[in-house]
Design a protein around this ligand. Structure first.
Ligand code: NAD
Length: 289
């Protein structure tokens, strides 16, 4: 297929490369010259504007920083510019309301669109092992699935428009809260004289077990290899966790949901990021506990 790809950053660069590997003709655009040069090396054809890149496209994939940018890129340069038969797929993590608003505008102009945010970081984007959570109609999902499958290991239909974003922020709200709880428990265990490996051996087989503990242990030298073993570099930056928690809190506010643990997790990650740790892996919050 001829696929336009907008936003070739840390995540989008690898995703576009995987579409090329799957045999698609990828027409790429990014504001950054460096990102465009990397895309050329990866076999994409590059363009000097969004408008040019979407001409004649059968699908448009975007991986952009936030909702404001997604709304402006689609509003100004995708809707009405790409053929109305093109499927639109926004893989960025953005707020549910904006995702629904952009999809409404696309549908009004005759397009099918899905919100398809991802779980998995830069390594999964490069390796083609992302998990996609997809919001949109059955017909839109059916068309989106094979395109997304070329970039991921799982493509799950979450429901109607916006529910992909809803799944993403609810999942990451659990992740933020459980990571902090796991860090607290290890810090307390140590102060109480428990050997941390021993505590891991017990809790990882008991009811305190979670992904934060057994797949991403925040203690160096304990559990599988994780950013803790690399001085909390790489992995999932605290600033991105904070972004997702803010989106979760905005969404909770908009529907009147009570999320006290999510709210506290947001406060703690805001303080951690404000102390100069925005680029640190989110498990590094253990250092502040
Ligand atoms: P990034 O900042 O590395 O990449 C974003 C790219 O978009 C940049 O190259 C930038 O130049 C480009 N861009 C910005 N405005 C543009 C415009 N108007 N037109 C064209 N290009 C434009 O960010 P990233 O880490 O790749 O994240 C992208 C999205 O994926 C975000 O929504 C993020 O929340 C989400 N996400 C990131 C991760 C992660 O681990 N990095 C994991 C899951 C989800």
């Amino acid at each position: 297929m001829k696929i336009a790809f907008i936003g070739l950053g840390n995540m989008g660069g690898g995703m576009a490369a995987n579409l090329v590997k799957a045999g698609h003709e990828v027409h790429a655009f990014d504001l950054s010259g460096e990102a465009l040069a990397r895309a050329t090396d990866n076999g994409c054809a590059t363009y000097t504007s969004v408008r040019e890149s979407v001409q004649g496209a059968e699908a448009v994939v975007s991986m952009l920083p936030n909702g404001k940018i997604v709304e402006s890129v689609y509003g100004a340069d995708v809707i009405g510019q790409a053929p109305a038969s093109a499927l639109l797929l926004d893989c960025s993590t953005i707020d549910v309301d904006t995702a629904r608003k952009v999809e409404d505008a696309a549908r009004a102009a005759g397009y099918k669109m899905v919100d398809a945010p991802v779980s998995g970081g830069i390594a999964a984007a490069n390796g083609g092992t992302l998990t996609f959570m997809v919001g949109g109609s059955d017909a839109a999902f059916a068309r989106a699935e094979p395109i997304l499958a070329a970039m991921g290991k799982a493509v799950i239909h979450a429901g109607a428009s916006g529910t992909g974003q809803a799944a993403k922020i609810c999942n990451n709200m659990i992740l933020g809260a459980t990571m902090i709880a796991t860090c607290e428990a290890f810090a307390l265990a140590e102060k109480l004289g428990l050997d941390l490996q021993t505590f891991y051996d017990i809790s990882s087989k008991a009811s305190g077990q979670s992904w934060s503990m057994t797949a991403y242990c925040p203690v160096p030298g304990v559990g599988p290899q994780s950013p803790a073993d690399n001085d909390y570099q790489g992995g999932f930056a605290a600033a991105l966790m904070l972004k997702d928690l803010k989106l979760a809190m905005e969404a909770a506010h908009s529907v009147g949901a009570k999320t006290p643990m999510g709210a506290r997790a947001e406060e703690l990650y805001a303080a951690f990021a404000a102390a100069g740790n925005g680029g640190t892996d989110f498990s590094g919050i253990i250092k502040s506990l």
